[in-house]
Design a protein around this ligand. Structure first.
Ligand SMILES: [Zn+2]
Length: 387
């Protein structure tokens, strides 16, 4: 348990920068590499599954890595054109997936992947970074000398900003549209401390209003998916008219992926702006721990468009960066039913009551604002009575 906590802590100090690799016919090489890594993943997952059937546990990376060495020498030389640590990263990822499968109930069994779903490769060595371009090393089979030689190739990327800190590793990603991205992961922990404002706020997530603040402010979500739904339906319709697997069909698939990417980046942009705005105005920000599964059961697909989970992660990071106090109130803390004026609990409150009057002290309440005030109180100390 302790090691897991340490792992998480280490993770938090990483910072990722994302750059787009410029379109080039040679980007195909990156695609080939990802396809091979997908084979590696599926091959070792098949081994793990067999091991699991026989022994009831997973083999783990310390058994699989020596096995990979043998494979590369004997039967699977066609994988050897990829740097070894990139291959190892696939096994380590699999190892972690099995570890999670065994340690946490509810975590699914590691899955086989389709080539077009396999997205990323990690490079810890065998690369060189310069301003605007990255050189990747590949092993290549040389016919003349009958051995592997290192071959190198530069890929240029759009460096729209500089990265800070020491580079730990890089990742190559392929998204559903077919664009390649370079992720640069550094150990940067620098902060941009904002001046103190002396203000605290509690925030309540909701379906009607995205965020309700304890000062009575209500923030609406632009609902990006809803905005583009008409266009998306049109694209799906045109896809269904095409012959599956044809060139035009693939073009339509990419068109849909492009629109989905657009919606996701709109949402992400709005989340970042909202988080920055909150950090500028408040020293302490308190929210509720989200029960995403429960919300999905209650509200369905609509929750995904709101993406509360990723917003909380962005807010957490922003609070770290700007030196703000970010607190989360436990899922089982009562925040909706108690009156924020006298603390007595209104048991008759149902989900559809947006406005209510406290039966004890008679003060009128807006459901969400009342919850936001209770969240702020609970985050600052156990003031809300548990009855
Ligand atoms: Zn009351």
């Amino acid at each position: 348990m302790e090691t897991k906590k340490r792992k998480q802590k280490q993770k938090r100090t990483r910072r990722t920068y994302k750059y787009q690799i410029r379109e080039h016919p040679q980007n195909m090489r990156l695609g080939n590499m990802l396809d091979d890594l997908c084979d590696v993943h599926n091959h070792f997952l098949r081994l793990e599954n067999r091991y699991y059937r026989i022994y009831g546990k997973y083999a783990g990376r310390y058994r699989l890595q020596p096995h990979l060495t043998k494979l590369l020498e004997r039967t699977h030389q066609h994988w050897a054109w990829i740097p070894r640590d990139t291959l190892d990263a696939v096994i380590i990822r699999l190892h972690i997936a099995w570890e999670r499968f065994f340690d946490f109930p509810g975590v699914g069994h590691p899955k086989f992947k389709r080539k077009d779903r396999y997205r990323s490769a990690k490079f810890q060595s065998g690369y060189l970074l310069e301003a605007g371009r990255v050189r990747l090393s590949f092993k290549e089979w040389d016919e003349a000398s009958e051995r592997f030689k290192f071959n190198k190739r530069w890929f240029s990327f759009h460096q729209h900003r500089d990265w800070k800190g020491n580079v730990r590793y890089i990742q190559i990603l392929r998204d559903a549209v077919g664009t390649y991205w370079l992720y640069i992961v550094t150990d940067d922990t620098s902060k941009e401390v904002l001046p103190a404002t002396g203000e605290s706020v509690g925030a309540d997530f909701g379906m009607e209003t995205y965020l309700t603040l304890s000062n009575g402010e209500k923030i609406q979500s632009p609902k990006f998916l809803k905005q583009s739904l008409k266009q998306l339906r049109k694209l799906y319709k045109s896809l269904s008219r095409k012959v599956k697997g044809s060139n035009n069909w693939w073009r339509a698939v990419r068109e849909i992926a492009r629109l989905c990417r657009h919606i996701a980046s709109q949402r992400r942009d709005w989340h970042f702006k909202l988080a920055t705005d909150l950090c500028r105005r408040f020293d302490l920000i308190a929210t509720e721990t989200l029960n995403l599964d429960g919300m999905k059961r209650l509200w369905g697909r609509k929750v995904s468009d709101l993406a509360f989970g990723s917003f909380v992660e962005i807010l957490r990071y922003k609070c770290f960066k700007h030196n703000r106090d970010f607190r989360q109130v436990g899922q089982w803390t009562a925040t909706t039913k108690p009156c924020s004026d006298c603390g007595s609990k209104n048991e008759n409150l149902t989900l559809s009551d947006r406005q209510w009057t406290c039966p004890n002290c008679g003060s009128p309440h807006d459901r969400d604002i009342n919850a936001a005030i209770n969240i702020l109180r609970a985050a600052c100390g156990p003031v809300v009575e548990q009855m």
